[in-house]
Design a protein around this ligand. Structure first.
Ligand SMILES: Cc1ncc(COP(=O)(O)O)c(C=O)c1O
Length: 356
């Protein structure tokens, strides 16, 4: 039976990226040696690193003055790298979910943290809009897409201080005005590749402003200087990222990707709003294009396990909501085909008919 992969991350990747990765496992770049077995000092590999950075620059129209880094440790490690490198006295954070909260916890180890607003009062089902960004902060940190709750900041906000964004779960889903951000980072394992590599897009002029000593491996300048090869990079994960970026480019880049993502999300949200058995959990204007969260309507609460089993029988994978929210979450990342979204919608309609 065909499986429809709605996992929240790691998640579905483009077929072409998987096929290229499979071929490269046997033979990387005509070397007769597999990608898992080559040295990262192989000339062919240095070319892949350079082209991967170039693809990022092209797809996101990254202006001069920024570097793209490929590091280990996941987005969670960046929660500590960011304040270590950038927090002098004070930083401002927007608390839109537990990932933001974890970033705040780390920042507090390095200086004063002002949480400008939080949506914890309603279990992070909305994005706070009324807040003031303190102009004496070294930076303002946001999480653009809240993977667990299905909320998203849909525009590139204006910040009077350096804007830093965790874009783990919506990077490359829409065009972004990179010039509005001092730094963008995230784990690759949603829209850009498998787990194991973390992307960091950073404006170089924000570095070197804090007084504290920074361990070499944690200092962004180390990785800039050595083009992400200070230590062994996660070779295979970067290779799959490279192939994924090529796929996005072939599809037509971020404008094209955004159009498809809006179409997919509209299909599913329309069904959630139409079908009396289901209710969306995120505030309508803040609904994510990537993680679509919904629960059974009150009158059908006892049907949750039945729907889960029904959907599973029809090939739906990974639609269980995060344990802190419950219900269902369909992650419709870039590589999730519209056919899978249609299959889930059909499944919800069939379930509705059976229960009438
Ligand atoms: C928005 C967001 N930030 C951070 C993380 C943590 O990423 P990692 O597991 O790469 O540390 C996640 C993981 O799902 C996430 O969704």
């Amino acid at each position: 039976m065909k499986k429809h992969n709605f996992n929240a991350g790691p998640c579905i990747l483009p077929k072409s990226a998987i096929e290229s990765a499979l071929a490269a496992i046997n033979d990387f770049d005509g070397t007769g040696i597999g990608i898992l077995e080559i040295s990262h000092r192989t000339p062919g590999w240095e070319r892949v690193m350079a082209e991967t950075e170039q693809l990022w620059k092209e797809l996101l129209h990254i202006p001069e003055g920024y570097k793209v880094l490929f590091l280990g440790g996941g987005a969670s490690t960046q929660f500590c790298y960011v304040p270590f490198n950038l927090l002098g006295k004070k930083a401002a954070y927007l608390q839109t979910g537990v990932w933001a909260k974890k970033a705040i916890k780390e920042a507090k180890l390095f200086g004063e943290v002002e949480v400008v607003a939080s949506s914890e009062d309603l279990n992070y089902t909305y994005i706070p809009k009324e807040y003031t960004i303190p102009t004496d902060a070294d930076y303002f940190h946001i999480t653009t897409n809240n993977t667990i709750y299905g909320t998203e900041i849909h525009t590139d906000i204006n910040s009077p201080v350096n804007l830093i964004a965790d874009m783990s779960s919506d990077i490359l889903s829409r065009p972004v005005d990179v010039s509005k951000y001092a730094m963008i980072y995230g784990g690759a394992q949603k829209n850009v590749g498998p787990a194991g590599v973390t992307f960091v897009i950073i404006r170089e002029d924000i570095l070197g402003k804090v007084d504290r000593q920074i361990p070499t491996i944690i200092d962004y300048r180390t990785h800039i200087k050595d083009s992400s090869m200070f230590n062994t990079p996660p070779v295979f994960s970067i290779y799959v990222m490279y192939e994924t970026l090529k796929w996005v480019k072939e599809l037509g880049g971020l404008e094209a990707m955004y159009k498809i993502n809006k179409e997919k999300a509209a299909l599913l949200y329309d069904e959630i709003d139409r079908n009396a058995m289901f209710v969306g959990t995120a505030k309508t204007e803040d609904r994510s294009l990537m993680n679509i969260c919904f629960v059974m309507a009150d009158a059908y609460k006892d049907k949750e396990a039945d729907f889960m089993a029904f959907a599973k029988e029809r090939g739906m994978v990974g639609i269980k909501g995060h344990r802190s929210v419950g219900g269902f979450r369909a992650s419709t990342y870039n590589a999730c085909p519209i056919e899978s979204v249609k299959a889930l919608v059909a499944c919800m309609q069939e379930f509705e008919k059976m229960n009438k």
